[in-house]
Design a protein. Sequence first.
Length: 555
Amino acid sequence: MGVATLASFVGACAPEEEPARPNVLLISLDSTRRDFLGLYGHESLHAPGVSNTPALEALAARGVVMEEAYATTSWTLPSHVSMLTGEPELVHAVDLDQHRPPADHPQLSELLLDAGYRTAGFFSGPYLEPHFGFERGFERYEARYGEVVEVAAREARAAREASGAAARDADERHREAVRASLCSEEVTDAVLEELERATEDGRPFFLFAHYFDPHYDYVPPAPHDTRFDPGYGGGLDARDLLNNPAISLPDERDPLHREQVVSERDLEHLLALYAGELAFTDAQLGRVFERLEELGLAEDTLVIVTADHGDEFFEHRGLGHRSTLFEEQLRVPMVLSFPGRLPQGRRAQGLVSTLDLVPTVCELLGLEAPAGSPAKSFARLAAGEEDGAGRFVLGRIVRPVPGTLRLPDGGREREVAATRLVLLETYREGPIKITREREWATLRQEVPSALGEVFERGNAAQRAREQLRWIDVERFPAEPVARHSRDFSEPRAAATLARFQALYRELLQRRAAAARGASSGRGDQSSALEALGYAGVDLEPEEGVDPFLFPPPGE
């Protein structure tokens, strides 16, 4: 498709002409790592030649595969906020479980509802629950769990009206139930039902579907439980993955990492179970794609399949996700099918992010995207009309690590409960990936004022320290720690850092504007930004300001 072709389509869909708009189906896969999909060339060690993604491959044959797609973080909640609003984590301010995005960042569902779309969403992961704000703009927004999970979800909702330990315990029971369940069939059944309803509605539809099953625990149903390791004779049980002492143990020297206990052969089986989860989910996607064809909707539906993050299997001394911003946790699949508008069978090079989905959908539908966001449509990149030069991807995570601190108290040390907070941020442009790391702590118990002053002085010194490093990801795709450099005299690294800093300043200004209009419940963000010099007033930090803000990297 040439530039004129795509431009004429976009122009033909201009709002004032009131055309019949295409439908949109957005599918989000949880914990789906790009390089473990047959779509991207993966072959299981013990089942060579057996793909775990035939449905996705069939979709790709009718559309475009983005080869270098990234999530914005390595856990579900903030990743979906970015995916559905087009705002990066630094701006939407969702860093921890208790955070909520500002209501003035419109979701894709709200944009399409305003454009006359029928909107529905179905999810199967606890971080997509409505109390996180995701129901905005959906006429139907519903969980699709199994019966056991439904009971746990109801208990969690009831406990949430209280607060404190009871609510947290109920939420954790809910998550445990979800991890041990299979719910992709329920999600698919809801999607198929909604497709039937949509055919009777005169409006185009926007349908969002979130599939949780690729998330650990890895318990695929038959035949997928043995399909990718048919000869396995060991006794590995992949349930309760992160707490299973036969798989890993906490690293006592560094709680951010885990020590591998599982043997290499049993790890191969663990990976085969993960491949089975992906295959089971892919089969459910196949049901959806088949029904689109049967209902005559496929030719007029933009289908997008992506993921919120990947999973690690000890590549960087970790297991699972929500721990790092290395490639295995950030790089995700991205497939788009839009018959007659996008090419068929194309594999597009160039950095794209789930952050970019909102402007991409808007451009393909001929709608105006929200202004000011750094998100950039990749519609023309997918169509082969751009080469991807100048594109970048952002990453951010704040990881809380509960523990204790030892503080000097009258000639002796006193142990106090505290939470260590680790901020990681990344910026990749071309082959250069920059990582910034900061740390600070919060106390989880009352202490005498003198001891509190000791803590604050030490904490201020800790917050002031920054680690800044870079790596050439094309040369070192596995990102070995030894290949990261802190020397930014290298011209490419220096130029990339300068662009990262400039973008960061813009994002801080954007966050300041959002903070003036709404409170996140985490302190006065606007004051914090002013203290950093990004709101036009140079003030000293005040008590209660948002601790999650820092100056641009290297400044």
